[in-house]
Write a protein that binds this ligand. Sequence first.
Ligand code: PLP
Length: 434
Amino acid sequence: MTSHTDHNLALFNRAQAVIPGGVNSPVRAFKAVGGTPRFITRAQGAYMWDANGQRYIDYIGSWGPMILGHGHPAVLEAVQKAALEGFSFGAPTEREVELAEAIIALVPSIEMVRLVSSGTEAGMSAIRLARGATGRNKIIKFEGCYHGHADALLVKAGSGLATFGNATSAGVPAEVVQHTVVLEYNNVAQLEEAFALHGADLACVMIEPIAGNMNFVRASVPFVKRCRELCTQYGALFIFDEVMNGFRVALGGAQSVYARSLPGFEPDLTVMGKVIGGGMPLAAFGGKRAVMEHLAPIGSVYQAGTLSGNPVATACGLATLREISQPGFFDALSASTRSLVDGLSAAAAAAGVPFSTDCEGGMFGFFLLPELPQNYATVMQTNGARFNTLFHGLLDRGVYIAPALYEAGFVSAAHTPQDISETIAIAHDAFKLL
Ligand SMILES: Cc1ncc(COP(=O)(O)O)c(C=O)c1O
C-alpha cells in the first residue's frame, strides 16, 4: 500500500474495529475488487474527495440518487429551509402531498403513492400489498435482480420450477422463501412454464426492468410484454422495481421507455427510491387506486414508518424532481451518458479489449465481453480479475466507478463535456493495463 492511501487505510482500520467489515453496506468494502475503500470527506458537482484529498470524477452518485450532481444550489436551498422548519413531526405535512402529486403527474400508471424511507422497505411493502390485495402467497422474481434485502427476496433458484428457491443469506428460514419462485431473466419459455404451474397462486411478478444490479441488462420488449399478458391473464400484479430506473433512465421511468414499444403499457405497482429522495432517505411505492386502497388505515394491509414522508427528505426529493422536469433535461443527460460510453468503447477498442456497453438516460453499464449479456449467468462470465485491474486503473487516476463488475454506473447533470473527456483519456491509459 502506498502512502497515498494512508488516511483512507487508517480510517478503514478504525472502522473495522467498530462496524462489521468497516462499512454500513457490504459493497462499499471493496471486497470484490480488493484494496482500501475511499473514505469520502466531501463532494461537489461531479466530484468527490477522499480522506487523502484526492479528487475523483464520480460515476456512482451514491448508487443512483445524485442525478443533479452533489450540492445542487436549488436542492441545498430547499433542504436548508426545510431543516430550519423542523426535522420530523410524525404528523402529515403539505410537502408529502406535493411529492405524491409530483410523482403521480410524472408516472401515468400511479394513481396513489405511499412514501417510505428506503428501497428495501418500498419493495417489501409492495409485495405485502400484492399478497394482501390478491389473497395469494407466491411471488416470481428473476435471477440477477436485486429488490432490497427483505427476507423473501434473498433467494436464488432451486433445482427446478416445482422446487423451492434457496435463501442467499444466513438467517432466512427456508419457510420464508418457499413462496418465492426464481426464474431466469429474459427467458419467456420458463416464465410461461412457471405460470402454467403456479399461476393461480401467484400474487405478483417483480422485475428490475433495466436491471442495474447485474450491471446493465435490459428486459427484452417481448419478455416484458409476456410478463404483462400472463399477469393480467392469471390475476397477478406486475411490479416494476424502479428504485434505480425511476426518474433516472427517463422522466417517466423505465415504464415510459417500454411504453414506446408497447403502447399503453403499464405495470400494476411501481417501487421507487434513489432519485426521488435526491440523496436523502426516501423511497415510495404506488399504483392503481383499487390496489393501493388495500393499505392501512383504509385497508387491511399494514404498513407504517416513524420517518416516512420526512419533511427534510421530501423537500430534497421535490427540489430534485423539479430540476429534472425542466425541458431538455433528459436529452442533455442522455447525450452526456452516450458520449461517455462511446468514448469508453473507443478506449477499449484501441487497447484491443473485448467490450460491450449500453445506456439509457443517465444510467450506463459495460462488460468486458464482446456482446451484451441477456441474463445473470452470462454477466458472471466476465473475467473478474480483468475488471479489477480496470477498476483500480481508473480509481488511481481519479475516476470512481462502482467497485464490482455487476453494478451499473450513473452520469449526473453536473458532469461537463470536459469531465467526460478527462474520463475517456484516463480510460485509454487504464485499458492498456489489461
Ligand atoms: C432495483 C433496486 N431495488 C431496491 C433496492 C434497495 O434499495 P435501498 O438500498 O434503498 O434499500 C435497490 C438498491 O440498490 C435497487 O437497486
